[in-house]
Design a protein around this ligand. Structure first.
Ligand code: CP
Ligand code: NVA
Length: 358
């Protein structure tokens, strides 16, 4: 009730902008129907956060926060995507990405079509080129989880609708957005935080590397020797850290990464598609399980993130189920962030809540 009345109070603080348009006064920000300075993403692809600058990622997170507040307080039924359809195509399993995008798109009034390789010819009987041309005639956007990032790039090149990466072997940008939203909510701001990554040099950390430094977040990354980061990802990240004045520290020592870190993050040691490497990986990652010892050298305000699904080998129960573990909020935020992406790629969104502090 308190949340509803404070939102109502906020929404009634109407003011006039210099152009005479209606807007809403918030904590130092002016937002409203005619806010001229908001970035517009309509028609863009969302394949990696490398393609989105700080202001654009901030805008996506603001839209996610705005939707979360407005829809959770049930102030209004907000259906800006009524009449839109979207293809949600999955070559790999998914709980969070599939459900958050399917539910989220429906909540916004859209009609999702869930497709797998068993349902469509894409990439099996029909080339990416032909599929992209045809699918663009049927739906308003295409969200795809694929084995090869290059397939999404090829699809995006030919499609005339926005393409959203729902995870490839290289990036999982939707996950990084949810992680940033969760940290913003937990710490009240992102600037100056240090994230420690303990685990595989995979798609999840690659995506954090493309986004976190833009918010003044430092990264300390520990991976086993033969499971490190790709050099082009390091190079891209270094350009971002240089531009935003943050640190990137790469090591093979998990304790070194966790020292003084605010956030400890890990993921599975065996990503989808790597099942045959299981035995070799379990051996190579010995000593990388996130546990109490690692949290003891971290900052006193430490928290834990994991994109899920989780296996006990990469984080023990004591940390995973502790009150410092934000994994359930992180999972929920997958919904608000993917809704923000789908919405902003299809139409400009009118923000009604204050900009979060980043
Ligand atoms: N974190 C994540 O993408 O989970 P799913 O594989 O369940 O979609
Ligand atoms: N790295 C994992 C993430 C799953 C959400 C994978 O690619 O399987």
């Amino acid at each position: 009730m308190a949340a509803i009345s404070s939102l109502r109070r906020l929404l009634t603080q109407k003011i006039r902008t210099p152009t005479g348009c209606l807007a809403y006064a918030t904590h130092g920000n002016v937002v409203g129907q005619t806010e001229p300075k908001q970035p517009s993403f309509v028609g863009r692809h969302f394949l990696t956060l490398k393609d989105y600058n700080k202001r654009e990622v901030e805008h996506l997170l603001w839209v996610a926060a705005d939707l979360k507040t407005r829809i959770k307080t049930a102030e209004e039924k907000y259906k800006p995507l009524a009449g839109k359809t979207g293809a949600l195509y999955f070559q790999k399993r998914s709980t969070r990405t599939r459900m958050s995008s399917e539910a989220g798109f429906s909540i916004l009034g859209g009609h999702p079509l869930f497709l797998t390789d068993n349902d469509v010819h894409l990439g099996v009987n029909e080339s990416m080129y032909d599929s992209a041309k045809v699918i663009s005639r049927f739906v308003d956007f295409f969200l795809g989880r694929v084995y090869y990032h290059s397939d999404l790039e090829e699809f995006a090149e030919q499609a005339s609708i926005p393409i959203i990466n729902a995870l490839s072997e290289l990036y999982h940008p939707l996950q990084a957005l949810a992680d940033l939203q969760t940290l913003q909510e937990n710490y009240g701001s992102l600037k100056g935080l240090t994230i420690a990554w303990v685990g595989d040099g995979n798609n999840i950390i690659n995506s954090l590397m493309m986004a976190a430094p833009k918010f003044g977040i430092n990264l300390k990354i520990a991976t086993p020797k033969d499971y490190g980061l790709e050099s082009f990802v390091i190079d891209d990240c270094k350009k971002i850290t240089k531009e935003h004045g943050t640190d990137l520290h790469i090591t093979t020592d998990p304790m070194e990464a966790c020292e003084n870190a605010n956030v400890i993050v890990t993921d599975t040691w065996i990503s989808m598609g790597q099942e045959e490497e299981k035995l070799a990986r379990l051996k190579a990652f010995e000593g990388y399980q996130v546990n109490k010892k690692m949290t003891e050298v971290a900052s006193s305000d430490w928290c834990f993130l994991h994109c899920l699904p989780r296996k006990p080998e990469e984080v023990d129960d004591e940390v995973f189920y502790s009150d410092r573990s934000l994994v359930w909020d992180e999972a929920e935020n997958r919904k608000w962030t993917v809704m923000a992406v789908m919405l902003t790629l299809l139409k400009d969104h009118v923000l009604k809540t204050p900009k979060p502090r980043f």
